[in-house]
Ligand binder design. Structure first.
Ligand code: C2O
Ligand code: CU
Ligand code: CU
Length: 481
């Protein structure tokens, strides 16, 4: 029986797709254990959910957002009830939208019953406003983050960052998208109507029980490999169907998973264009059939559905697991067409090797299940690096283990100079803040910290964005002066 007819005849419509996440096959972990059976069915019965844009008020020329981190419940399959966390809601968070040169005030109230922080991943902000482990928000307290939006248009995200509890809090649902707009990007003939031809795609896996519930628990294997789930959600929804018009559509992809690396592609080999990396427009679009993304990475892509017949659908899938994440069903066009330009940005001036004054080494390693950067585990009271304001440096980042890691740094963006000794892939040549390091990979990234210093009491972080590794200490901190 092929997969399609199996799905049709399966009593509950649940396909027993196995995801192999553990070599030893011992992935189960007590209550809520799922025997690695995915609840993704390949039949798209739920409606795609576009997180609403966060409301704000304007006070004395500043955009003021009020965010409450709270507990809630959610039914992911219409059966069991999962205890969740969300921001201004039960699960996930509204999309924050800001423009370059905005002054923003974010009032963050913690109603979780436990300590947290809220970090603006990808935003270049003063370290005191960064929401890293040092900017703790106690239960019932409100933290105010006030900053100017100094960067170009880009797709960023926000999530907790309290040391030791980032993984469970993100897993419970605390994550949202943060989109920055600027004049250069808005002037281009790109899809830009949020929720109509411009969609966030937050991809997260969860280890679901048969009734669609999940609870964070980590086995010894999860601690080593990071927590991977059997079931993949998009914007918090399982098996969603999205009506798209027969025209270009933009997707803002975010791997918001704790640990899983995806290789995204459309069914039928439908090609797409990557237009932006984590920190905004590429110089020109890059034509791709698939894109690999590690946790924390973002990419903006444009897919042209105009050649797909109305009524037909295309699946967005992960080639690594073989799971179809959602389908796009093509409907007649009512919005104007766009034609993605062949030149996107002329303002991206790359840093060059010759400008660098030094190379700084970061070695990611594992030993007996422990994780290290430069042979150290994170210590809130130890400063690991001292960056020099305005100095151009090369970061030589090496994965000295046989397992996946990645590397994210706060406070500045970087560009890749090399990957494994050769030129990076075209789509990695844009501005980034997170880079994938598969087993034994090595990259050189060029970086410059400008504008903001970071003091000894409010350092910036660098870390592996596999959240179980981060929580276990695969993180360091640095000043900028
Ligand atoms: Cu997305 Cu330091 O984190
Ligand atoms: Cu970050
Ligand atoms: Cu790691």
């Amino acid at each position: 029986m092929d997969r399609r007819s199996f799905l049709k005849t399966s009593a509950k419509g649940l396909a027993g797709l196995a995801i192999t996440s553990c070599g030893s096959g011992g992935g189960g972990s007590g209550m809520g254990s799922s025997a690695n059976v995915s609840l993704n069915t390949g039949v798209f019965t739920r409606q795609f959910f576009t997180p609403p844009e966060a409301g704000f008020s304007v006070v004395a020329g500043r955009k003021v957002f009020n965010l409450t981190m709270q507990r809630g419940t959610q039914q992911f399959t219409g059966q069991g009830v999962t205890q969740t966390m969300g921001i201004n809601g039960n699960f996930l968070a509204p999309t924050l939208r800001m423009s370059q040169n905005d002054l923003v005030d974010l009032n963050v109230t913690n109603q979780l019953g436990q300590e947290t922080t809220l970090h603006w991943h990808g935003m270049r902000v003063p370290s005191l406003m960064d929401g890293g482990p040092h900017q703790k928000i106690l239960h019932n307290a409100t933290w105010n983050a006030a900053y100017a939006v100094v960067q170009r248009a880009s797709t960023n995200w926000y999530h907790p960052h309290a040391h030791g509890s980032t993984a469970p809090q993100v897993y419970a649902g605390l994550a949202g998208m943060l989109i920055v707009d600027d004049a250069e990007t808005l002037a281009l003939d790109l899809p830009k109507t949020y929720g109509a031809d411009d969609f966030p795609v937050i991809v997260q896996d969860r280890d679901m029980a048969a009734d669609g519930t999940f609870a964070y628990s980590v086995s010894q294997m999860d601690k080593i490999q990071g927590k991977k789930g059997n079931t993949i959600l998009v914007n918090g929804v399982l098996d969603a169907s999205l009506d798209v018009q027969a025209k270009e559509v933009r997707f803002r992809l975010l791997n918001g998973s704790n640990a899983r690396v995806y290789n995204f592609a459309f069914s039928g080999g439908l090609m797409f264009k990557q237009i932006a990396t984590e920190q905004g427009l590429l110089a020109s679009p890059i034509s791709l059939s698939n894109i690999t993304m590690s946790p924390g990475e973002r990419a903006e892509i444009v897919v042209d559905f105009s050649a797909i017949a109305v009524g037909q659908s295309v699946r967005f899938q992960d080639l690594n697991t073989g799971i179809a994440l959602f389908q796009t069903k093509v409907v007649a066009r009512t919005l104007a067409i766009t034609t993605t330009p062949t030149v996107l940005s002329t303002t991206l001036v790359p840093l060059t090797r010759g400008q660098a004054s030094r190379t700084r080494a970061f070695v990611l390693s594992m030993n007996r299940g422990n994780v290290y950067i430069n042979n150290k585990q994170f210590d809130m009271n130890r400063l690991d690096e001292a960056m020099v304001l305005n100095q151009v440096e090369i970061l030589d980042i090496q994965n000295a283990s046989n397992m996946d890691h990645n590397f994210h740094i706060h406070g500045a963006h970087f560009q890749l100079l090399s990957r494994n000794g050769v030129a990076p892939l075209a789509h990695e040549a844009g501005l980034k803040d997170t880079v994938y390091l598969p087993a034994n990979a090595r990259v050189e990234a060029i970086i410059q910290f400008t504008q903001y210093t970071a003091s000894t009491t409010a350092p910036y972080m660098y870390h592996c964005h596999i959240l179980e590794h981060e929580d276990a200490g695969m993180m360091g901190q640095f000043t900028v002066a």
